[in-house]
Design a protein around this ligand. Sequence first.
Ligand SMILES: [Mn+2]
Length: 304
Amino acid sequence: MGLLSLSSICNGGNPDFKTLRTFLGEAKEHFKTVKPFVELSGNVTVAGDTHGQVHDLRRALLESGVCPSVDEEPISPMVFLGDYIDRGPQSIQTAVAALYMACEHPDRVVALAGNHERPVFDYNRPTCLPGELRAAYPEDWEDLLQDFRDVFDELPIAAIANKDTFCVHGGPPQTTQLDSLVDLPKATFTDPAQLEAVCCLWSDPASPAQDAILKKEGIRAVFNTPRQAGLVYGEEYLRDFLEANGLRHLVRGHQLLSLDGPVDHWGLGTTVFTASNYGASGNAGSTVTVGGNAHKHTVWRPEE
Ligand SMILES: [Mn+2]
């Protein structure tokens, strides 16, 4: 994978067709060897949705202290929670940067799937992966889109940091016991009818007002009506999942909940969102570093 340059990609450069095709082929073979649930340890920095904003992926690495510069090796572990593509203008670069780091440093860097990495691509916005590929590689974009799809299908679903922190795009799986999931083949999780993966990639925590209603009605989770996929889960649902698996905390992305950085859920979970000024909302970008006794939040303001 020596032909790709991370600093060039982080500066917005498009790799040439042949280099990109070769990289995606190698990445697919690499991710096939990665289990759906991966473990890592240390002071693990977790980045939420980057959505085509490669400058925020770069800032996540630098400002969190994971890499002294993008051309240097990561000095501490990193988990990307998925949603690399769509919405922002540089889906190709953002996805390639996360995938490249995970391939180059498999013991340190994990790139999880988000709901945008499967199963249906958005073809209708100018800023989406298919649209970007069509503009940048007009002759070959459909082949490249299939290559990306093949890699995304092999991405892991969740990472468990320090045996106590569950990192996932949306929320806990529907099954309380992780043991029953960890050895399933990866293809199990690409089936849209497979509820476990859908819950992991699409679910949202209840807001305080929603959680009050859930508790009043004695319900732990409800169907996620706004997204038409996954669950809205309350405090009891999250607590039961963590306790059943000997875990202490959840870190997830999927939602911009605050303009100022990570958001806590009942002292049991954290939402982190890394794309700054997402949808011109003026929000800060952020990461969360777990390990040790306290989480470290790294927060940066949007670039002018
Ligand atoms: Mn999402």
